[in-house]
Design a protein around this ligand. Structure first.
Ligand SMILES: Nc1ncnc2c1ncn2[C@@H]1O[C@H](COP(=O)(O)OP(=O)(O)OP(=O)(O)O)[C@@H](O)[C@H]1O
Ligand SMILES: [K+]
Ligand SMILES: [Mg+2]
Length: 679
């Protein structure tokens, strides 16, 4: 996004302060049971501050009630502030995107051939729109005519324009982007309010954020812990009566709040939101937090080849005739096979044929039947009016086709195709009737830097498998060049799904990256489906993540963020619960020491007075929340090579730290309170 900011700005922080108060609304708070209990405690101590004798004779004095009330209020506000801060950056981004979405007028082409100006917000699925140089594309759609360079910086932040054209995997355009040169005629693919930009806005804004299953499980666990502590505190009342100790309400509430897991309760949603936000900073749109978390546990990554590992602009580079066929003939048949093929491959073949002197009279083909390319048949071509069938396609597909018609396979076909495949190119066999005349060499380029990134994935224990419709030899060449662990060649769409299902049945979590319409079912089947932004609308709709930079190794960053999210949540939960031990040692002796001098053995902290002990523990409990906000937002550091040792290290760090830090903190606060003669 064009105005991506890496830091929390002053505006975001001050807005978060305001939002922290707004979030005090009990209807909002109840979604977070732990903090809701703290809020209830805040209200009760507020009542006690106003009328100290409300629940029986007061022994502690109004000042103490007011102190407890204020600390509790800040505890709740700190938690709200953390969540508001995490939400802030997304809200700011959403505002910028909304400005991009300014209303434009669209030129709709009507059936009678006339043009009508219509506001972009009124465009419906199926409308045909013309967009000229310099104009903003009014909504999402697919190019049906033309080739243009598109400036997508409003959405991707990338300033270099990209080429989009009718047919194939590069035909989708996004509302809010701009035609930088030439013109396009597009078919509207979304209804008002459902465009990519709309989805992006509600995503970064967190409007549709749902708790992930992990988060729900943890929230439930924290709520159960809270219930248990409430029961413990309630049973303390008759116990203390028996011991002849007067326990006032404010102290009981203070004790309860100290014991329930307020630290993680306050930071839990901020951790989740910040994780989603970090994904966005990497120019990846995650449709759900669940997908980000799943990315943290991925075992296998399946990638499509063309358009994902390679740039995907396969261009015809050479026409090679088989023995006995002239260069002229293969050029002409290749041309015939592609005059009606609107895919980029098809157009590049026509272009090359024209360059080599191949010409045709268009009207000759007007009555021909077009056989469009499908990923299923892996062929395309024409049935000429005279009865001759022209076909081109994957070599094995054409071989099968020709054999079925009783044709013979030329001896040198294999050799020609293999030479192309070994160079990493895609060979397309060309046939007229049952006669194979030669091979078209489609060249493609592997995206740079993949090898190193796949090696990093390997170090994380993630296996990479390339899945392609191309032949085994081309696949092997590209697989070697890109550095994937394994490959599956001659794969049809259902084979891609089968490959994913097979891994899933072995209990593995699978990610899939792809760009084509034929990848869409596989993207939907995978636990994490990452679509290239350069890809088709169908792929982007099926995926649960979209990489705006169309970089297949972006998954690496998403995996790191996912792992970081899980580790951060685990670390802060450990810390929060470990904290209790210290608070227990601070508060329990303080409460009972007068009635039971034996408890002095437990009084290892030697705090100034019972009141000071309780207030110090409560203050520590409150200020630890803002102190941990940076960790919740940035995440615990994650290094790829040490996944297991990292977990042990974190449990030690946050578990042991969680026990020690509050001992030190509470003692310090006690010394300060005492030094200032506040208690
Ligand atoms: N326009 C076309 N006409 C005829 N055959 C084609 C055409 N485009 C591609 N093919 C052949 O069909 C095969 C499958 O193409 P497709 O683009 O569906 O591959 P895919 O399954 O998406 O795999 P990947 O994108 O990973 O290469 C190609 O390898 C090629 O041999
Ligand atoms: K607590
Ligand atoms: Mg593809």
């Amino acid at each position: 996004m064009s105005t991506r900011k890496s830091l929390i700005t002053k505006e975001i922080a001050s807005q978060a302060v305001i939002d922290a108060f707004k979030k005090l609304n009990p209807a909002v708070m109840i979604k977070n049971p732990v903090m809701f209990i703290v809020e209830v405690g805040t209200v009760i101590t507020l009542l006690l501050s106003i009328s100290p004798d409300l629940f029986g004779a007061d022994h502690v004095g109004r000042g103490y009630d007011v102190a407890v009330f204020l600390i509790l209020l800040f505890t709740v506000l700190f938690g709200n502030f953390a969540e508001a801060l995490a939400e802030g950056r997304g809200k700011a981004q959403a505002d910028t995107l909304r400005r991009t979405k300014s209303e434009t007028m669209a030129k709709v082409l009507l059936k009678d051939g006339t043009m009508k100006q219509v506001p972009s917000t009124q465009l419906k699925k199926g409308d045909i729109v013309r967009v000229d140089t310099g104009e903003i594309i009014p909504t999402d759609g697919e190019i049906i005519e033309g080739l243009a360079s598109i400036d997508e910086s409003a959405i991707t932040g990338e300033s270099a324009p990209v080429i989009k054209e009718a047919g194939g995997d590069f035909s989708s355009v996004t509302g809010g982007t701009r035609v930088a040169s030439d013109y396009i005629i597009m078919k509207v693919m979304t209804d008002p309010g459902e465009s990519f930009l709309d989805r992006m806005i509600s995503l970064v804004e967190g409007a549709k954020r749902q708790k992930t299953p992990n988060e729900i499980a943890l929230t439930t666990l924290l709520a159960v812990l809270t219930m248990i502590f409430i029961i413990v505190i309630i049973t303390m009342v008759p116990m203390s009566k028996y011991l002849n100790v007067d326990l006032d309400i404010a102290t009981l509430i203070a004790l309860l709040v100290c014991l329930i897991p307020t630290t993680i309760g306050a930071l839990l949603s901020a951790i989740g939101i910040a994780g989603m936000d970090r994904v966005t900073q990497f120019n990846v749109l995650a449709m759900s937090g669940k997908a980000v978390e799943a990315a943290g546990d991925i075992d296998t990554l399946i990638l499509d080849k063309t358009g994902t590992i390679t740039y995907g602009n396969r261009m015809a580079a050479e026409f090679t005739p088989v023995k006995g066929v002239t260069q002229q003939e293969i050029t002409f048949v290749a041309l015939q096979s592609s005059v009606k093929d609107e895919t980029p491959e098809g157009r590049s073949i026509v272009e090359l044929a024209n360059k080599q002197g191949g010409v045709w009279a268009n009207k000759e083909y007007d009555s021909a039947e077009i056989i469009e390319f499908t990923a299923e048949t892996r062929m395309s071509g024409l049935d000429l009016p005279g009865g001759v069938k022209i076909r081109k396609g994957a070599v094995d597909a054409i071989k099968k086709y020709v054999s079925a018609l009783g044709g013979v396979i030329p001896n040198d076909l294999e050799e020609i195709a293999n030479r192309i495949a070994r160079a990493g190119g895609t060979p397309l066999a060309v046939a007229a009737g049952n006669r194979i005349v030669g091979v078209i060499y489609l060249k493609d380029t592997v995206k740079p830097g993949l090898k190193e990134r796949f090696a990093e994935l390997r170090a994380m224990g993630i296996k990479t498998i390339m899945c392609t419709g191309d032949n085994p030899l081309t696949a092997a060449t590209i697989a070697l060049e890109a550095g994937v662990d394994d490959f599956i060649a001659e794969a049809k769409p259902e084979d891609k799904i089968a490959a994913i299902k097979k891994e899933q049945q072995e209990g593995k979590l699978v990610a899939m990256t792809g760009d084509g319409t034929n990848d869409a079912p596989a993207l939907a089947q995978a636990d994490v489906g990452l679509a290239m932004n350069s890809g088709t609308m169908a792929a982007k709709e099926a995926a649960n993540m979209i990489d705006l930079d169309s970089d297949p190794t972006k998954l690496l960053s998403v995996v790191s963020i996912g792992k970081q999210l899980l580790i951060t949540r685990g670390a802060l939960t450990t810390f929060s619960i470990a904290n209790d031990i210290a608070k227990y040692f601070a508060i329990i002796p303080a409460m009972f020491i007068l009635a039971m001098p034996q408890l002095d053995a437990m009084n290892i902290m030697h705090l100034a007075s019972p009141k000071s002990a309780i207030l110090s523990a409560l203050i520590f409990n409150a200020i630890i929340i803002p102190l941990l906000i940076p960790i919740a937002m940035k995440g615990v550091k994650y290094r790829s090579s040490t996944a297991d040792s990292l977990l042990t290290r974190n449990v030690l760090l946050y578990g042991v730290g969680g026990v020690i830090v509050p001992f030190v903190g509470i003692k310090l606060i006690d010394l300060i309170l005492h030094g200032l003669s506040l208690v």
